[in-house]
Design a protein around this ligand. Sequence first.
Ligand code: AMP
Ligand code: MG
Length: 347
Amino acid sequence: MDTIINTVETIQIDQQVIRRAGEIIRQGGLVAFPTETVYGLGADALQPQAAKKIYAAKGRPSDNPLIIHVAQWPAVERIARRVPESARLLAEKFWPGPLTMILPKAECVPYETTGGLDTAAVRMPDHPVALALIAAAGGYVAAPSANVSGRPSPTRAEHVKEDLEGRIDMILDGGPVGIGLESTIVDLSGEIPMILRPGAISQEMLAQVIGKVEMDQGLLEEHTDLRPKAPGMKYRHYAPKAKLIVVDGQSEQVIEKINALVAQMEPSKAGIICTEETLNQYPHGVVKSLGTREDEESIARNLYNILREFDQSEVEVIYSEAFQTPKMGQAIMNRLLKAAGHQKMIL
Ligand code: AMP
Ligand code: MG
């Protein structure tokens, strides 16, 4: 299959391109598009055969449900059997934005989209191209990240091209994304709201709007024996080709330890992930900075791109500093540790 690639300026959206992309989705095809979190791979969420194509293109396990992207509130009432007050409040505060809510699904949502579950995940992305596409596609776009399963999520159209060219109908290139990590997922289908995946909207921000919010214990580092509740979180994910090890502790000790480990290797085979603050303290190895610790958003935004850059090199082991930053730290560390298969050294 030939993949059509179209650039879309976010400030002046080419309506003709959007109409064509919408038409592809209505006819059961696949279109990758930018959102504020990562690039998504969209299909009509209400067509079982279309949803199935997403799994095939990505090589995604069929029990890993898809997030349904909507462009307006009434769409939520159509795909959810019941909409709790908490969902309304959170949508009012955080939508469009990087928050996905799990709700009991209505009958019109096929099990192909929900990975066999009786709940559906729904989100309204904060990106003009995404919103225009969803409207043009009929209002219900199932879209997981537009990467091959197991690879780091795409934060640029080139990443999508690398993974999916020839397997999907179209890529809308809207430039690099703003956030760079997937949305926060909160489950509102049970009694107490529970975070199933940390993201840019923190537990604290949610609690300020709806009161008590729990964190899925299966996500926490100390409970690697527990299974995460979101089916997708149990898979090894975001993984670079090289072996990745996170080194956590006081900055000077971390630098010393990483330098000692790298000294035992051929410099071109050793990768280091750090920040501007420590960049010139690593004399050997392939050193890449995620940005400054003063701007944790930049760390989140660059993480997947840097992991993909290492895939282009001959690096065999990557040592990464830890990033327990105040707001995004939970989300960043969750992705980094998953990429590392939970390999972490604590100093
Ligand atoms: P992705 O869009 O690639 O970020 O993946 C979607 C994530 O949402 C995966 O981790 C899924 O397991 C999770 N998810 C989607 N729908 C549900 C649901 N109904 N219940 C729990 N988790 C869900
Ligand atoms: Mg994904």
